[in-house]
Design a protein around this ligand. Structure first.
Ligand code: SAH
Ligand code: SF4
Ligand code: F3S
Length: 439
């Protein structure tokens, strides 16, 4: 069989980035080579996200673009993979005639077989979820640009069933990956020159590998990855506030290469909203966790995710979110308008009753407050120096490089003789709300 060209486009979270790398690895074993030019592709895959309605709309719009590819002389197959494939299933084949192939997140090993069906003129579909699949033995083909920072998936799926969220439906049950394969992959990245890895899972602090009598928990795994080399930085995402333990923070405090930046999505500052969201913690519990983080890691930054306008959210409940943000002084936040998702608990049990206008206004209040907090967080750093891992050349000037501090803040600074992968001490001389500027 001749070599075919695969073009792949990735939407959604970092987990999808890694999944695309797994998919490329699987297909490279089956006569496919990667191309960055969609016009020369024999197979176009789009790895999709379902988290909010607009994520799916973007994919639908992209599928319209792909219709044009099919009018050309070369026969091109189009496949939808990832969370939207899992959620919409065979309906995608009915609604989008351009699509030949639909494959869910746990069925990527079946891609070569499904592609053979597609080649014989049929449509291919597999959306079966698995209780065990972690792709642990597959070495992802890296597609990052900087060759300095990368991701390693340590678990898949989610058992939390937050009322608003599609992920437990699109990714199935939570399962942890064999630690030996995680360590092998991370060590391999380090030996190839990578200097930072982010361990990924929907709820990393519930990582648990059950071999033998005492299961390996997340903090132990983290310790082992941190032990690969002191110059290998380790980050992780996402932690769930209900599982953020003191033991984990104690381990981080012991290793300078475990990064001083904790992403702890709060979603809402109101206990009653959190209860409706089925988040399983209160405002007070969350505040207690922030205090403990600040106690063990006084120099750590804290970031969060916030949803504005969840079902039944009153003005008072919204104010509670703003007041919690001010109290926590978040360094960074991802902020969203609530988007009702089919077949979730909230869609079935609650009314999506906050009007679009109110959601928009509340979200802009949240964004405005966060821009102030983000700026304050950067201003604090002016005059101080930080160890920065160089990632690449700044977009704005060839003479400037950019990198990150352990606190996950982006710094732009003069090139000198530095190159990506180097560590350098940078004194911050100025800042914007997004970037630190080094002298
Ligand atoms: N597992 C992670 C996050 C996964 S999704 C966690 O539990 O924190 C990333 C973020 O998208 C969530 O933290 C939430 O803020 C947002 N999100 C999820 N479902 C949403 C929905 N239906 N509408 C709006 N935002 C949503
Ligand atoms: Fe979704 Fe909640 Fe699981 Fe995060 S923890 S993926 S928000 S269900
Ligand atoms: Fe989206 Fe699936 Fe990630 S819904 S956020 S791509 S887990």
């Amino acid at each position: 069989m001749s070599i075919r060209k695969l073009y792949i486009e990735t939407y959604g979270c970092q987990m999808n980035v890694v999944d695309s790398e797994v998919v490329v690895a699987i297909l490279q074993q089956h006569q496919y080579s990667l191309t960055e030019d969609i016009d020369e592709a024999d197979l176009v895959l789009v790895n999709t996200c379902s988290i909010r309605d607009n994520a799916e709309q973007r994919v639908r719009a992209r599928l319209k673009d792909f219709r044009k590819l099919k009018n050309k002389k070369r026969p091109v197959s189009v496949g939808v993979i990832g969370c939207m494939a899992e959620r919409v299933k065979e309906q995608l084949l009915e609604e989008e005639p351009v699509v030949d192939l639909v494959v869910g997140p746990d069925a990527y090993r079946d891609l070569p077989a499904l592609l053979q069906e597609v080649e014989s003129g049929q449509k291919g579909i597999n959306t079966i979820l698995s209780l065990e699949e972690t792709y642990g033995d597959i070495r992802p083909v890296r597609m990052d640009r900087n060759h300095v920072t990368s991701f390693v998936a340590i678990m898949r799926g989610c058992n939390n069933f937050c009322a608003y969220c599609v992920v437990p439906g699109t990714r199935g049950r939570e399962r942890s990956r064999d630690p030996e394969t995680i360590l092998r992959e991370a060590t391999d990245l380090f030996s190839k020159g990578y200097r930072e890895v982010t361990l990924l899972g929907q709820n990393v602090n519930s990582y648990r590998w059950k071999e033998g009598k005492s299961p390996l928990k997340f903090e132990k795994l983290l310790e082992r990855v941190a032990g690969i080399d002191p110059s290998f930085r380790v980050r992780f995402a996402t932690s769930h506030p209900k599982d953020m333990s003191d033991e984990l923070l104690k381990v981080i405090a012991q290793y300078p290469n475990l990064c001083r930046s904790i992403h702890l999505p709060v979603q809402s500052g109101s206990t009653s909203v959190l209860e409706r969201m089925k988040r399983r913690y209160t405002r007070e519990h969350y505040m207690d966790r922030i205090k403990v983080i600040r106690n063990y890691l006084p120099d750590a930054t804290i970031s969060t995710d916030i949803i504005a306008g969840f079902c039944g959210e009153t003005e008072e409940e919204h104010q509670q979110t703003l007041s919690l943000m001010k109290w926590a002084k978040y360094d960074f936040a991802y902020m969203f308008k609530y988007s009702e998702r089919p077949e979730t608990f909230a869609a079935e049990k609650f009314k999506d009753d906050v009007s679009e206008a109110v959601k928009t206004r509340r979200l802009s209040e949240i964004i405005e407050l966060q821009s102030k907090l983000s700026l304050e967080s950067k201003e604090k750093d002016v005059g101080q120096s930080f160890e920065v891992l160089v990632e690449g050349t700044s977009k704005k000037s060839e003479e400037q490089l950019y990198g990150r501090t352990s606190q996950n803040k982006v710094v732009v600074f003069p090139k000198n003789d530095l190159k990506p992968g180097d560590y350098t001490e940078v004194t911050v001389s100025a800042c914007t709300s997004a970037t630190l500027i080094g002298a």
